[in-house]
Write a protein that binds this ligand. Structure first.
Ligand SMILES: [Cu+2]
Length: 450
């Protein structure tokens, strides 16, 4: 390989990520050809210490520019891994060294931030993703087992049929529903019929083997490029204690958890319901297509069972504190719309009436507290991600909350969602929908510090 970009001298890096073609065997004789990190997909679980500088060498053994994004970290624009922010690409057949200080602590992840546009073999459609655990030194509590579950899908294709699960997210109020709906015919959107947890379809991974009375620490990540997911484990509750890696004010049991692309949920599960169960998607087509993993108690046998949960709606605010936030210094209104493109073409997405790029519309003053008012005027539920900052959930469709710190939040269809953040990370900052197709076709905005 011709390494023409940067240092091959100096001390070895703490982490090396080698981007190259991989083959993932998702079930016997079913192989996915994609691109991954270090010969696998998911990539290795990276562990870093909060506040302790790391060097990362990224080696790009493909024929296209690549970007590794450090999702949920407060890192400079030059290393964040977004072209829009000015992070340099790792060119084809080249290597580049990055240095940063991991912060904040918690469950983060890393993934390709390359644009894909109409190419379903690029960016987050590929196998370039992995967990990044940043150790804050805080006590993680008592548990017997730790499992990492990345929710994925493969072999995406385009359709103009609505195949998503927005009916699950869209059961709340719809304050942003237009009086007159846009009835132009929908354009093409990626979808999929093939799912895995980590690298295996349901039934083909080793089961999670547990003992009655044990406590399992579960880290969930939605690494899909395409769709929000809902998962449950029959007869058990997820005791959710962190969202997007950040401890929540009110850890609470949930029968079903929802994750938009990019989101993480950390939870304990008390293993107190012996049997052989499926931890998996609550909608049958997705689970039967592979999105699940078997949980098997000691000395229990038989076919893995799934039972539909009673609770399907997932309400972020039950994990928050009651009460209102102080008024921010500035409020930025952001309205999201979809322009249906008609059969055989790609829909376009707009922020305040314009697809990306905007001209200096989103300016920040260092130190000021901003409120982002998300107005989702589309019939999709969008996972909205802000780079390089955490935001605090302030209001979900009229329900006030506080203390929930996130970097990605699902704005359900026709919803109004409010988040606050402090502009304390100077540098270009990308905001976008974490559904790759939406991002690529206009659904992003760049914040600039003035
Ligand atoms: Cu979206």
């Amino acid at each position: 390989m011709n390494m023409n970009s940067t240092p091959t001298e100096g001390p070895p890096a703490d982490v090396t990520l080698h981007i190259a073609p991989v083959v993932v065997e998702i079930s016997p004789s079913r192989f996915i050809s994609t691109v991954g990190y270090n010969g696998t997909s998911p990539g290795p679980i990276l562990r870093m210490k909060q506040g302790k500088a790391v060097t990362v060498d990224v080696i790009n053994d493909t024929d296209a520019n690549e970007f590794v994004h450090w999702h949920g970290l407060f890192v400079p624009s030059e290393v964040d891994g977004a072209e829009e922010e000015g992070t340099p690409a790792v060119p084809p057949q080249a290597r580049r060294r990055f240095q940063f200080i991991p912060n904040p602590g918690g469950t983060r992840w890393y993934h390709s931030h390359a644009m894909a546009m109409g190419d379903l073999h690029r960016g987050s459609y590929t196998g370039q993703f992995g967990f990044l655990m940043i150790d804050s030194g805080a006590d993680a509590g008592q548990y017997d087992q730790e499992v990492f579950l990345a929710l994925r899908d493969w072999e995406p294709f385009y359709t103009d049929q609505n195949m998503d699960t927005d009916e699950l997210t869209g059961v709340g109020p719809t304050p942003e529903k237009p009086a007159v709906l846009d009835t132009r015919p929908n354009g093409l959107e990626p979808t999929t019929l093939t799912y895995t947890v980590n690298d295996k379809m349901l039934g083909f991974a080793d089961p999670i083997r547990v003992k009655q009375g044990s406590r399992v620490l579960v880290h969930l990540l939605n690494a899909s490029a395409i769709e929000n997911r809902f998962v449950s484990l029959p007869g058990h509750m997820f005791h959710v204690f962190a969202l997007d890696g950040n401890p929540v004010p009110t850890p609470t049991d949930a029968e079903t958890v929802m994750l938009g692309p990019g989101e993480r949920v950390d939870a304990y599960i008390e293993m107190n319901h012996p049997g052989v169960w499926i931890l998996g998607a609550i909608d049958d087509p997705t689970r039967n297509g592979g999105l699940g993993i078997v949980v098997e108690y000691e000395n229990q046998h038989g076919q893995p069972q799934f039972l539909a949960p009673k609770q399907t709606f997932f309400d972020y605010t039950i994990f928050g504190r009651q009460g209102h936030q102080p008024e921010p210094d500035h409020t930025i209104d952001m309205a999201f719309e979809k322009i249906p493109s008609g059969s055989g073409r790609f829909n376009l997405y707009t922020v305040n009436g314009k697809p990306y790029p905007h001209d200096n519309e989103f300016l920040l003053q260092k130190g000021a507290r901003y409120r982002l008012l998300f107005r989702n005027r589309t019939d999709d539920s969008h996972p909205l991600h802000l780079h390089r900052h955490s935001f605090e959930l302030v209001n979900m469709n009229g329900t006030a909350t506080s203390g929930i710190m996130k970097d990605t939040v699902i704005a359900p269809l026709y919803s109004r969602v409010t988040v606050d953040f402090v502009a304390d990370q100077p540098g270009l900052t990308l905001f976008h929908c974490h559904i790759q197709h939406h991002m690529d076709f206009g659904f992003k905005a760049l914040f600039k510090y003035s």
